[in-house]
Design a protein around this ligand. Structure first.
Ligand SMILES: Cc1cc2nc3c(=O)[nH]c(=O)nc-3n(C[C@H](O)[C@H](O)[C@H](O)COP(=O)(O)OP(=O)(O)OC[C@H]3O[C@@H](n4cnc5c(N)ncnc54)[C@H](O)[C@@H]3O)c2cc1C
Length: 459
């Protein structure tokens, strides 16, 4: 098994030649910092709103080579967060946000179609499954929220037989089916966006790191200053390195292992409907199939990052990969003895509310905090940030994920130490429950801390 930095998706999508780094000073109407999905969708929507706008995208490495090019490819709505959104902002605002996130999932599919980008977009429901008795019903809050918001069809409970008819893992005891979801080939989507934007005349400079943001809309790079009317910061977990946002997020990590093509196993499991599946643990396992008959299996139980630099070191974690590999065979015993070809990982930008955060500091606008659900919502984020950058207010900029009441993580080293302690407790809690044991008192106490402090964890 190859443990690669960028993962299999980018390998499959094929190499791209980097664009020229920015040398010296420059000007633009809007400068977008970061060329992952969020930055690229922002550039796309800016041009949709104002076709002649001069948009400059700067990326420290290569666009789409961060988590956007190597994630699990679950393209989700925000319905799973509906109950949190209700608590935060009330029913009408929660419903509007979930509906906007549905349009984002469909918008990505329509965009791929219209722009000739074959990102393996496939609409199919998402299953949340219980693999222990203690996980049964963990979807009740989301299901009730959807029903009470007048959308009872969005999330429906399904018994073990129904779930196992979709994917016959012996671990599945029941689950919930989220109606609208899709899977994508993450790298083909990110690189497709990059290609379409370049063809449309958006200037992209790669290997250009931004070191400072100014409230007047300009930015500083290692080689000069960019003067612009507005800036959009879309750098994912690297936002912790910018003083204005240092405590607005925490950095965790997620890791994936990939099988060789196993179409026979997928057939035997009856998993031919393209469903994305996530279990209901606290630190989730997530799994899906690919067009060429592989199984992608991830675990959100990676270590915490101390700061942006350490976050990139989280990309490689043999211990976490070994744990994911072991779990994969528990889920699908047919895979015993079958080869895993690749493993990779990357940082997760954890929001204190579990929902993404968009907003403005003067003419510098920002987005982060996807907490492991950024593929679908980054399209919506791009719509929002494009509007903020052009100072156009509408129903999207009025959503509660825009300038929400500020909630901060503790300063370092407490964020890192506390986060790591909680992560260990959660790993122990999940492991005890997997083994059919009740976790010990100390473990339960530490694992419950985030909720008691009003913080939410990545699923
Ligand atoms: C292993 C893994 C699995 C995941 N699975 C899923 C999933 O199945 N579904 C889902 O919805 N989400 C998933 N996620 C999360 C998802 O990938 C992210 O939420 C999403 O890609 C975020 O996009 P982004 O544009 O904000 O960030 P990124 O893709 O990280 O892009 C940010 C860009 O900013 C650049 N940058 C950073 N600092 C600077 C700087 N100072 N100057 C200039 N450029 C800079 C980086 O080089 C990078 O290209 C997963 C994440 C990981 C790591």
């Amino acid at each position: 098994m190859q443990h690669t930095r960028h993962g299999w998706w980018l390998e499959e999508a094929g190499e791209v030649a980097p664009t020229r780094p920015l040398d010296g000073d420059a000007t633009a109407d809007v400068v977008v910092v970061g060329g992952g999905y969020l930055g690229l969708w922002t550039a796309w929507h800016l041009r949709e709103l104002e076709p002649e706008l001069d948009v400059l995208v700067l990326d420290a490495e290569l666009c789409g080579h961060g988590p956007s090019g190597r994630n699990g490819g679950f393209c989700e709505t925000l319905w799973g967060d509906a109950y949190r959104l209700r608590e935060q902002a009330g029913d009408a605002a929660a419903l509007a946000t979930c509906r906007a996130s549905e349009k984002a999932v469909r918008g990505i599919g329509a965009w791929c179609e219209a722009n000739g980008v074959d990102a393996w977009f496939r609409e199919a429901p998402m299953l949340t499954v219980a693999t222990t008795e203690s996980q049964l019903g963990s979807w009740d809050e989301s299901m009730r929220a959807a029903a009470e918001l007048g959308a009872p069809d969005e999330i429906a409970e399904e018994r073990a037989e129904g779930i196992r008819a979709r994917c016959d893992s012996p671990l599945f005891l029941g689950g919930a089916v989220q109606r609208l979801n899709a899977t994508v080939h993450p790298a083909r989507l990110a690189l497709g966006l990059r290609r379409v934007l370049i063809a449309r005349g958006v200037r992209i400079h790669e290997r250009t790191q931004v070191t400072e943001l100014y409230p007047d809309g300009g930015v500083e790079t290692r080689s000069g200053r960019v003067h612009a009317a507005a800036t959009v910061l879309a750098v994912n977990s690297a936002a912790v390195g910018f003083p204005a946002h240092g405590r607005s997020l925490a950095v965790a990590s997620s890791h994936i292992v990939l099988t060789e093509p196993v179409p026979d196993v997928i057939d035997e499991l009856g998993w031919t409907g393209g469903e994305a599946i996530v279990d209901a643990r606290t630190l989730v396992h997530y799994m899906r199939t690919t067009r060429d008959g592989r199984i992608v299996f991830g675990w959100g139980g990676g270590r915490m990052g101390y700061d942006a630099r350490l976050a990139t070191r989280l990309e490689r974690d043999p211990g976490v990969v070994a744990a994911a590999r072991e779990s994969l065979v528990r889920f699908f015993p047919q895979l015993e003895g079958r080869a895993l070809t690749h493993a990779w990982g990357g940082p997760i930008d954890v929001s204190p509310t579990h929902t993404p955060i968009f907003g403005s500091r003067g003419r510098a606008h920002h987005g982060f905090g996807f907490t492991g659900n950024g593929v679908g919502p980054s399209y919506l984020g791009g719509q929002i940030l494009a509007r903020l950058a052009l100072d156009r207010r509408d129903e999207l900029t009025a959503l509660p994920i825009v300038d929400p009441p500020r909630k901060l993580f503790p300063p370092e080293p407490f964020r890192y130490l506390g986060g790591s302690l909680i992560r260990r407790a959660l790993v122990a809690k999940d492991a005890a429950e997997d083994a059919g044991r009740r976790p010990g008192f100390a473990t339960r106490l530490v694992a419950s801390l985030p909720r008691r402090l009003g913080l939410r964890l990545p699923r």
